[in-house]
Ligand binder design. Sequence first.
Ligand code: COA
Length: 180
Amino acid sequence: MALQFRDHKILQTQAKVDLFTIVFSASEGAAEGELIGQLVADMLQQTAAKDLSGFVAVEGDVLAGGVLFSRFKLPVNKTAFILSPMAIATDQQGKGLGQALINHGLVALKAQGVEVLLTYGDPNYYQKVGFEVISQDFIEAPQPLSYPDGWLAQSLTDQPLLPMPGKTRCVDALNRPEFW
Ligand SMILES: CC(C)(COP(=O)(O)OP(=O)(O)OC[C@H]1O[C@@H](n2cnc3c(N)ncnc32)[C@H](O)[C@@H]1OP(=O)(O)O)[C@@H](O)C(=O)NCCC(=O)NCCS
């Protein structure tokens, strides 16, 4: 059975919550697994459809990975989303699937008119899919960052990123200090 990238809405919420809980429990410990599982549940249940996008990698009935993107308000009139969180099933990691899933999402977000994409994570990983490290003078984070080197953005248009000073906002489910 071939691996396919599909809109996340083909799957029930619980399947996605379970994937993130299991993957993050394996990589970061049970408490982090519960926290990220709850984040995914909250994002899926509380975020308006127009403010949420996501994709899953499936092989037949098996869920191999998932990524969520949610709306991010910039202080300028540009459409922005943030990638968070993402997970690749533990036995599928390190085979290029994460990068392929993100790249699938980038194409879809561009087609939806998203102009700027942010994320917060390991720069060594996310630089492989077009992100660059930015400072908080460039684009503010919605919460204080415990790891400022992991604040990342990319333009999804042919316009280069320019500084956008001022307050920003993420969706409510993500707007908790423990995620930043
Ligand atoms: C991080 C994660 C999404 C990467 O997906 P993946 O499919 O395993 O990664 P890929 O196969 O696409 O990319 C592999 C490359 O990224 C690097 N890489 C993988 N995970 C990495 C990580 N956590 N940090 C830095 N680099 C990483 C590998 O060294 C490899 O580099 P190379 O191509 O130069 O050898 C996945 O491993 C995962 O779900 N991890 C646990 C949960 C997590 O940390 N999620 C991200 C934070 S929201």
